[in-house]
Design a protein around this ligand. Structure first.
Ligand code: GLY
Length: 374
C-alpha cells in the first residue's frame, strides 16, 4: 500500500463510520473542517431567476468507497458503498440537469464494474437514458441545466458536461446501442468547436440557439468573468476530451486534450496547483483550487497512459502536480474530514472557498491509481 493511499484510507475509514444522516458530503466547512452535507433528492432549480445546482456531488462519496474497495479488496468497503448508493436512487429519473452523469458514474457504474451486480447496471442505464434524453438534436449538444422543456435554459451548455458523458460511453460499451455513442461524440464535437478559444483556454458556459446550435453568448457561472478561464472547468475539459479520445480514437479529441493540457501546464504557478481562475487579477492573493489540480492530473496521466511516448510529457507534469498535492495540500494534520484541502467550490458565490471538496478527493484517488499504472 502506498503512503498516499494509506493516509487517504485513514480518513475514509473515519468518514465511513460516521452518520451523515441521509446526506452526502459536499465540501468541508472552512471554519470547522467538517463535511457540509446535502440531501440526495436536492435537484438543480431556478431560485429568484438564478440557477442553483442542487446536489450534483452525491455520487463521489460512494465512488470513494468503491475505489477503496478496489484498492483494499476489503469486504467492509463493498458493504459501505452499497449502503451509500441506496438513497441516490431517488435521483435516477432526474431530468433537471446534465449532472446525472456525475451522480451515477462513480456510484452505480463503478459499483457495477467491481461487482457485476445487474441491478446497479440497470439503474446506471436508466440514468444514461435520462442524460441521452437531454440531447438537442437540431443544436447538436446536451442541455446542461433545467428541465428539457424550459425555453430559458434549453440553450445552456457547459464545459463540465464533458465529464458527464462518460456515462454515455459506458452505456454504449454495455449495450452496443449507438444512440449513446453518437450523442456523446456529437456533443463533444460541438463543444470542441465552440468552447475552446483560439489561445486554447476554455469557456465555462455557452448559450446556443436550440433550433440551430448557433452560438449566442459566452458566459460563466463559477469563473471570474465571461472571458476568463476557470481552472476547474478547464480540467473537466482535459479529462473529458481524454475520455472522448479513448472511446472513439478520434485524433481531434486527442489534439484537444493535448492543447488543453499545454494551456493548463503553462498557466500553473510555481507549486503546480492552479488558482481557482487563471485570470483572477487578484493572483497571487487569490484562492487555489486543489480539485482542479487533481482532476487535471488524472486527465493528463490518463492521456499519458493512452497515447505513448509523446504524451509522456503530460504524465510528467501530472506527477509534479501530484507531488505538490501530496506534500502541501493533503490534510496531514487531520484538521478536516476530507483528504485534499484548499479546494475552491465557488469563489463568486463564496461557497466552500478553501475547503476539501468531495470530488477533489475522488479524482485525487483516481490520479493516484493512474500514476501507479504508468
Ligand atoms: N458543476 C461542476 C463544478 O462545479 O465543477
Amino acid at each position: 500500500m502506498t503512503k498516499s493511499w494509506k493516509q487517504a484510507l485513514s480518513k475514509i475509514l473515519q468518514n465511513a463510520q460516521r452518520d451523515f444522516s441521509g446526506g452526502y458530503p459536499h465540501y468541508t466547512d472552512p471554519d470547522t473542517g467538517t463535511w457540509v452535507t446535502l440531501p440526495p433528492e436536492q435537484t438543480g432549480c431556478l431560485q429568484g431567476g438564478k440557477w442553483t445546482h442542487g446536489n450534483w456531488t452525491a455520487g463521489f462519496w460512494p465512488g470513494i468507497l468503491w475505489l477503496s474497495y478496489a484498492y483494499t479488496k476489503e469486504e467492509k468497503f463493498r458493504k459501505w458503498a452499497l449502503r451509500s448508493i441506496e438513497p441516490l436512487k431517488a435521483r435516477v429519473r432526474d431530468n433537471n440537469t446534465h449532472d446525472i452523469g456525475f451522480l451515477f458514474y462513480p456510484s452505480f457504474v463503478l459499483g457495477f464494474e467491481l461487482t457485476s451486480d445487474q441491478e446497479l447496471k440497470e439503474t446506471a442505464l436508466l440514468a444514461a437514458d435520462i442524460l441521452a434524453g437531454r440531447f438537442i438534436s437540431e443544436g447538436k449538444y446536451l442541455q446542461a441545466w433545467g428541465p428539457s422543456d424550459d425555453p430559458n435554459l434549453m440553450g445552456s451548455s457547459t464545459i463540465d458536461t464533458m465529464m458527464n458523458i462518460p456515462l454515455l460511453w459506458w452505456a454504449y460499451d454495455q449495450t452496443g446501442n449507438e444512440k449513446y455513442y453518437n450523442i456523446a461524440k456529437v456533443h463533444a464535437k460541438t463543444t470542441l468547436l465552440n468552447m475552446i478559444r483560439e489561445d486554447n483556454s476554455s469557456i465555462h458556459l455557452v448559450m446556443y440557439k436550440p433550433e440551430s446550435g448557433q452560438l449566442i453568448e459566452e458566459k460563466t457561472f463559477q469563473g471570474y468573468s465571461n472571458s476568463s478561464c476557470w481552472a476547474r472547468g478547464h480540467s473537466w475539459a482535459i479529462c473529458g476530451f481524454t475520455f472522448a479520445y479513448e472511446h472513439t480514437g478520434d485524433e481531434e479529441f486527442y489534439n484537444a486534450a493535448c492543447v488543453l493540457s499545454d494551456y493548463f501546464i503553462e498557466r500553473l504557478p510555481n507549486d503546480h496547483i492552479p488558482f481557482w481562475d487563471f485570470d483572477d487579477p487578484a493572483i497571487p492573493r487569490s484562492p487555489k483550487d486543489s480539485s482542479a489540480a487533481a482532476i487535471g492530473a488524472y486527465g493528463m496521466l490518463k492521456l499519458g497512459n493512452l497515447a505513448g511516448e509523446y504524451s509522456a510529457k503530460y504524465a510528467k507534469s501530472a506527477q509534479y502536480i501530484l507531488t505538490s498535492l501530496n506534500n502541501n495540500y493533503v490534510d496531514h494534520d487531520n484538521l478536516t474530514e476530507g483528504i485534499v484541502n484548499h479546494g475552491c467550490y465557488s469563489n463568486p458565490h463564496k461557497e466552500g472557498v478553501d475547503s476539501c471538496l468531495i470530488f477533489g478527493d475522488y479524482f485525487y484517488l483516481n490520479a493516484l491509481n493512474q500514476e501507479s499504472s504508468i
